[in-house]
Ligand binder design. Structure first.
Ligand SMILES: Cc1cc2nc3c(=O)[nH]c(=O)nc-3n(C[C@H](O)[C@H](O)[C@H](O)COP(=O)(O)O)c2cc1C
Length: 253
């Protein structure tokens, strides 16, 4: 049986056809397809022009009931299922006023509760930004934190800049170099079965486990979810992700 690798990509640009970010992502994925063979990959790219996501209404039912009532009214239900069944998760965004775009933030707000349930644990994450170079460190740090809180093992994070003299004039191959460097990291990660934990993820798991145990009266359902999925049984995140448990996104009750 073929071992098809699945990619989930969310690109938070409002400019689909003309998007720098989307153009870069397409080039990166084409490079990966060339190396791994088209037939071995399944790629799902979502962005605001091919999917509709309502903004979070702040009811917090996702935290207490494990589901967002908007998931059936927009495309988030489908998007979450795709994420759950993918091996590689890519979040890509243009930088708008020194942070991720509003579209990316709307998407992230709608998956906030996944940071309490960790259904994406064990998957690899990549964060890609596109900008003129302002606010890169801050935004990459933010996205790295978001991905880590989701339990994702971040294998690469970088900004692709389109306007700087250095990248366009002095090094016209910048895009090509960046693409092959990133594609290599992704392919290596898919091929080898090394640990997908690190110091950050270990701290996050430890703190979250404490929080879930200490707030079992406040949020019985999240506690039950952790208990039923044996997620409280491990000392380390490494141990948790090496064990196959039922990663159900929705059924807290
Ligand atoms: C409203 C707005 C705000 C922006 N703010 C920044 C910024 O703070 N820093 C930066 O480097 N680039 C900024 N840019 C430039 C974009 O990040 C850059 O053009 C990016 O490649 C656009 O990606 P897209 O074509 O995929 O939407 C901004 C662009 C817009 C439209």
């Amino acid at each position: 049986m073929k071992n098809i690798k699945k990619f989930f990509v969310y690109v938070g640009t409002p400019r689909a056809k003309n998007s720098n970010t989307l153009r870069y992502i397409s080039n990166l994925l084409s490079e990966i397809k060339i190396c791994m063979g088209d037939e071995n990959l399944k790629i799902n790219i979502f962005h605001p022009q091919n999917s509709f996501i309502n903004k979070c209404l702040g009811c917090e039912r996702c935290f207490f009931e494990g589901r967002c009532f908007q998931d059936k009214k927009d495309d988030m239900g489908v998007i979450k299922k795709e994420m759950l069944s993918s091996d590689i998760i890519i979040f890509a965004s243009p930088i708008y006023f020194v942070n991720v775009s509003g579209d990316m933030k709307i998407f992230l707000d709608r998956i906030s509760n996944l940071a309490h349930l960790l259904p994406l644990r064990g998957k690899a994450g990549i964060c890609i930004l596109s900008s003129c170079g302002n606010g890169v460190h801050h935004t990459l740090d933010y996205m790295n934190t978001v991905m880590s809180f989701l339990g994702l093992y971040v294998i690469d994070k970088y900004n692709v800049s389109h306007y700087t003299e250095e990248q366009l004039d002095k090094n016209p191959d910048y895009m090509k170099d960046k693409i092959s460097e990133s594609a290599t990291k992704i392919i290596e990660c898919l091929k080898k079965s090394s640990s997908r934990s690190n110091e950050t993820l270990e701290i996050i798991y430890k703190n979250l486990k404490n929080y879930i145990e200490n707030s079992k009266e406040l949020n019985k359902n999240e506690y039950k979810y952790w208990k039923n999925n044996n997620m409280l049984d491990f000392k380390t995140y490494e141990q948790l992700i090496s064990k196959k448990t039922n990663k159900n996104l929705w059924n807290l009750k």
